[in-house]
Write a protein of this length. Structure first.
Length: 510
């Protein structure tokens, strides 16, 4: 049996793990908004103002911290004024990016803000830089956040909202290197300064502007944006055109043209997926290192506002709707990502999985009035205790827990830990598809009380949930021989392809 030791220093505090690392993403794409979040007020499915209530309840159970909207690629062809006022009078458009279908704009700014209020989540709005104007985005900020009297305030009040909303997070464009305008880094950097200037703070609503950042390992893009706000090696405070940069990274098992099936994959595909998932650590390290050269005080945030698995669409579905099933493999991609995010918490301030409902690596799948919680959903739920917790240093010795995948060595045990309100939460993944792993938790600098463990696994990595079998992959208590107490901490025997969380009260020594 492969073995590993995780040394956890209970008395050494690391950076805070922002709750926003557990953020979500909802684009006007396929059935994410229409049929996912929005069913309309006349739907027989229980709703509040057209917003589907079973979806709201499921996401509130995750303590959802934020929701990014309206895209994605859709953001850079979306004109927000088309989505306000009486719904029957709103102009229609064609969603050229996703399925070439007609968009009726029934779900717009007021509906999105109502959704965020129901969820208890902070809104993160992506502005249109690709086909929009500086004035358009500036007026959207004014419409949402300004109090008193102004043209946009009067328009908002005419549409039924007296008080302004609080909207902190604003994206300046999306994938401007691609679907957001096919721009050069130098050109977009000037636009980011311009848009950031005119997206103003109104009253006490202070904006956190996130400039459209790089894809994958395009570190030059990040450097170009950082050079706009500070000089190399400067100790000066960076200029405030924008407060963060984004980056996008998707996990694939093969080439873009042949991503493979979400459910019909073999063990080799599985291991290639895990190698791809682990690669996000190197990518975040690369962008963070570039940013450190221009911002050694780490005042500028890094935002991974699109991440997750991307497979071929399910047979018989619209190829532009990006609907895919969600298996235990996807859940282990998510658990591995979160361990990596926790290690990067000093620079990484937000992450948004793509996407929340019915698209790509979704939390939820809807089918008429049925709602399915995916395996990935359960990872978010089991891990929610890490939100706004203090990270704990973890050092893993895993010489025996490795797999050779092509020319790469894959560590098959992943661990992270945090403490909040006197409770320690340890998350562990055994990525080996075939072998269990014995993991020793060597706890130093403190003692823990009685531990409670939960496990997410199934008989095979292809297992997934459906309306007919909604709990094929669901968490359960992890007890008995799987968890043993020792003088140094705990020993856990993790089954193949499993995710485990351990919670216990903490007593720090001396």
């Amino acid at each position: 049996m492969p073995t590993a030791t995780a040394i956890i220093n209970l008395d050494i505090e690391g950076p805070t793990i922002s709750r926003h690392l557990y953020g979500h993403f909802a684009e006007h794409l396929g059935r994410c908004v229409y049929g996912g979040f929005w069913v309309g007020e006349d739907s027989p499915i229980p709703n509040e103002g057209g917003i589907r209530l079973d979806v709201v309840a499921a996401l509130r159970a995750l303590d959802i911290p934020n929701l990014r909207w309206p895209g994605g690629c859709f953001a850079d062809e979306y004109h927000w004024m088309d989505g306000i006022g009486p719904r029957e009078q709103r102009p229609r458009m064609v969603n050229t990016h996703w399925g070439n279908v007609e968009e009726n704009n029934h779900f717009g700014t007021h509906e999105f803000m109502a959704l965020c209020e129901l969820l208890g989540a902070e809104p993160y709005i992506s502005g249109n830089v690709g086909s929009g104007t500086v004035r358009e985005m500036s007026e959207w900020v004014e419409y949402l956040t300004r109090d008193g009297d102004s043209p946009m305030v009067r328009l908002r009040k005419e549409n039924g909202r007296e008080e302004p909303w609080r909207v902190k997070y604003w994206g300046i464009g999306n994938e401007t290197w691609g679907c957001g305008g096919n721009m050069r880094a130098e050109y977009f950097a000037d636009l980011a300064r311009q848009y950031g200037t005119y997206c103003r703070d109104h009253g006490d609503n202070k904006l956190y502007r996130i400039a459209s950042g790089a894809s994958d390992e395009d570190y030059k893009w990040t450097e170009t944006l950082m050079r706009q706000i500070n000089c190399f090696g400067c100790e000066a405070t960076p200029r405030t055109y924008y407060q963060a940069l984004s980056v996008h990274y998707y996990t694939l098992a093969g080439p873009w043209e042949a991503k493979g099936s979400a459910t019909a994959f073999d063990t080799d595909d599985y291991y290639r997926t895990m190698v791809s998932a682990r690669r996000v650590d190197r990518i975040l390290t690369g962008h963070s290192t570039v940013m450190d050269c221009y911002d050694p005080g780490r005042t500028v945030g890094l935002v991974l506002d699109e991440w997750g698995t991307w497979w071929d669409v399910e047979p018989g579905t619209n190829p532009g709707f990006l609907f895919q099933q969600n298996t235990l493999r996807d859940a282990l991609v998510a658990s591995t990502h979160f361990d990596i995010f926790h290690r990067h918490a000093a620079r990484l301030v937000m992450a948004n999985i793509a996407q929340t409902v019915n698209v790509l690596q979704a939390m939820l799948l809807t089918d008429g009035d049925a709602l399915v919680l995916t395996p990935t959903y359960h990872v978010f739920e089991m891990n929610k205790g890490h939100q706004d917790a203090t990270s704990l240093p973890v050092h893993v010795r895993a010489d025996g827990a490795r797999r050779t995948v092509g020319d790469t060595e894959l560590e098959t045990v992943s661990v992270s830990a945090s403490v909040k309100d006197g409770t320690v939460l340890v998350s562990l993944s055994n990525l080996d598809a075939e072998e269990p792993a014995e993991v020793t938790l060597d706890l130093r600098g403190g003692r823990i009380g009685e531990a409670r463990a939960r496990i997410l696994t199934a008989d095979k990595v292809q297992a997934h949930n459906t309306p007919q079998a909604p709990e094929t992959v669901a968490p359960r208590a992890f007890e008995g021989e799987g968890v043993r107490v020792t003088d140094r901490g705990l020993v856990l025997t993790l089954p193949p392809h499993s995710f485990v969380t351990v919670q216990a009260p903490l007593t720090v020594e001396g």
